[in-house]
Write a protein that binds this ligand. Structure first.
Ligand code: NAP
Length: 551
């Protein structure tokens, strides 16, 4: 997509007066909508995007098989009924090219590109306490000032690329899935290694296995899975979804996870095992995340409930693997590993059957860990070298914090966000942080996010809250806003109380920051529910931004 229409470098500010009302980072789902909302409200906005075009997650994650696990009818913007009606995705769970094209269409339709500088990374943002504005610097040598600094940089956007020593010695090509090149890669006949079996690795493996000479899967932790049911949609199918626009728009704001479905099967303990089994079977056949996010809420915090559903999924997986003892042992999580749904459950399409193919080799990194990358492949701690021509790292992200700690962000008294979050990951409702006035964040820690929420639902709610807040501040003539320490403390305590009731905090994953050595441990995503969170945010706004100091 051409970036020719992107914004030109801006004029210098008059002394003491910031050039822009807001700087926005990111041209993904949140950034585009934030820019739109602020522009429509009459604010001047300078937006930056590190990629060369719009799309965010859908620009960067163009790896083979990339698609979302949210149904197309709810992975949506809700601000334009006609735009919704015109999208017409071709599948229930559309693939990356369709979503990227859709976001490009949104940017064009609302003339958003002109606010952006593309291929431009924000490198620092320094708060000017006397002037009450941010000074933002980019890797293109530009410096601008803005009253407000709004991050829409994403929750899963800081990839863990340099994972292993020796990567620079590899003779073939290495790709991280979130930095996938735009050109076509020729996989025919190649020996391909894939490290990682999270939601990303699973999509890559099941897509590439039939197309390559050999695929070597480096697995450390096995995954519970849910089979994706992904029928093709035609215009009439989409018309039916369009007719539900008003209902769906209202519905997703209130459910636990921002999806259409919710926990509505009664209390787990009130049901017989047969009744519960019927619920599990129903959702298994339905083929979406509903088995996880709509069967029984008790699965999240009651070990007995969790054990039962975990065993149900194991049984289904064993059958899919033809009860092969070796594959079942390696690919199916055991009770001692972790319980179903205590970290992200991927949807898959034929992933398990992939391992029945003769050209697929499974390497168990728990038996012997990856030691290093060598010129011809991957060397394990026990000395074995697995030779590959192409190495794909589906090794995940520095989630929640990484997008912002990779920027030098300085708040009051020069305090550094990287240092602060390096000690303890705290925010005020995920929307701001004490010590960092006029900073607003989306998809940040301690708000509902990718872990347990349909992203478009959560992001739009956070963007709307921020836009409405800036409008209210303008009406009041307020130049500076900052969450108080007491408010932040109370939010962190509330977040932890709910998080610690769940089984999520007992499982290692990016949800807890445990995929990064030394990262402070805390559940990154708020898990009190999307509807509950919205209510709490609305209450703060209705009380004149109670908990935020203003001047
Ligand atoms: P991830 O869930 O963090 O998975 C990373 C994988 O790399 C894990 O299997 C991890 O193993 C493995 N790994 C990391 N370091 C390793 C090492 N040294 N040796 C061996 N294995 C290693 O990352 P992701 O798959 O990119 O997914 C991140 C999130 O993105 C998902 O949870 C989801 O929220 C989102 N996503 C969504 C979709 C979708 O909607 N369809 C698709 C892709 C991603 P361990 O588990 O043992 O650490």
């Amino acid at each position: 997509m051409s970036t020719a229409t992107q914004s030109a470098p801006s004029a210098p500010a008059a002394a003491g007066v910031p050039q822009f009302d807001a700087v926005v980072i990111g041209a993904g789902v949140a950034g585009l909508y934030q820019t739109y909302r602020l522009r429509e409200a009459g604010f001047s906005v300078q937006a930056y995007e590190a990629g060369s075009a719009v799309g965010g997650t859908w620009y960067w994650n163009r790896y083979p098989g990339a698609r979302f696990d949210s149904e197309g009818e709810i992975y949506q913007y809700w601000f334009s009924k006609s735009m919704y009606a015109n999208w017409k995705p071709s599948e229930r769970f559309p693939a990356q090219p369709e979503t990227e094209a859709w976001l490009n269409h949104v940017a064009d339709q609302h003339d958003l590109r002109k606010h952006y500088r593309f291929s431009t990374k924000v490198t620092s943002a320094i708060y000017n306490e006397a002037g009450k504005f941010w000074t933002v610097t980019t890797d293109q040598g530009e410096t601008v000032t803005a009253r407000f600094f709004v991050s829409c940089a994403g929750m899963l956007s800081a990839p863990l690329e340099n994972r292993f020593p020796g990567q620079d010695t590899f003779k073939g090509r290495i790709f991280h899935t979130a930095r996938w090149p735009r050109e076509e890669i020729d996989f025919a006949g190649k020996r391909v290694g894939v490290v990682g079996t999270g939601a990303t690795g699973i999509q890559v493996i099941q897509t590439l296995a039939p197309k390559v000479g050999q695929i070597t899967v480096f697995q450390r932790t096995p995954q519970y899975i849910i089979p994706m049911r992904n029928p093709k949609l035609d215009a009439a199918d989409w018309q039916k979804q369009s007719d539900r626009f008003d209902y769906l728009r209202a519905r997703v704001q209130t459910t636990f996870s921002g999806f259409e479905y919710d926990f509505e099967n009664g209390a787990w303990h009130d049901k017989t095992p047969e009744e519960r089994r019927a619920v599990y079977e129903h959702y298994w056949a339905y083929g979406s995340l509903a088995l996880w996010l709509a069967a029984y809420a008790e699965v999240f915090f009651d070990e007995t409930a969790n054990d039962e559903l975990s065993e149900f999924v194991r049984e289904k997986m064993r059958a899919r693997l033809n009860n092969d003892p070796y594959l079942c042992d390696k690919l199916i999580p055991k009770k001692s590993d972790y319980g179903f749904g205590t970290h992200r459950v991927p949807l898959e399409s034929g992933y398990l059957e992939t391992f029945l193919r003769p050209n697929v080799k499974l390497v168990d990194c728990r038996e012997s860990a990856i030691e290093r990358v060598v010129p011809n492949g991957v060397q394990m701690k026990n000395g074995t070298v697995h030779e590959v021509d192409i190495l794909i790292l589906a090794t995940g992200f520095d989630a929640g914090t990484g997008a912002l700690t990779r920027i030098d962000i300085r708040g009051r008294g020069g305090r550094s966000l990287k240092d602060d979050w390096g000690k303890d990951i705290r925010t005020a409702m995920g929307l701001g942080k004490h010590g960092y006035p006029n900073l607003f964040t989306t998809a940040a820690p301690l708000a509902p996010s990718a872990a347990l929420c349909n992203m478009t639902t959560c992001l739009q709610q956070q963007v709307d809250w921020i836009a409405d807040c800036l409008i209210a501040l303008r009406e009041k003539g307020v130049q500076e806003i900052e969450p108080t320490l007491e408010f932040e403390d109370a939010w962190v305590q509330h977040h932890d109380e709910i998080a610690n009731m769940t089984l999520l905090t007992k499982t290692d994953s990016w949800y807890m920051g445990s995929n990064i050595e030394g990262k402070p441990r805390r559940l990154l995503s708020y898990c009190g529910g999307v509807g509950v969170y919205r209510g709490k945010c609305d209450e703060v706004a209705a009380k004149g931004y109670e908990g935020f100091a203003m001047s």
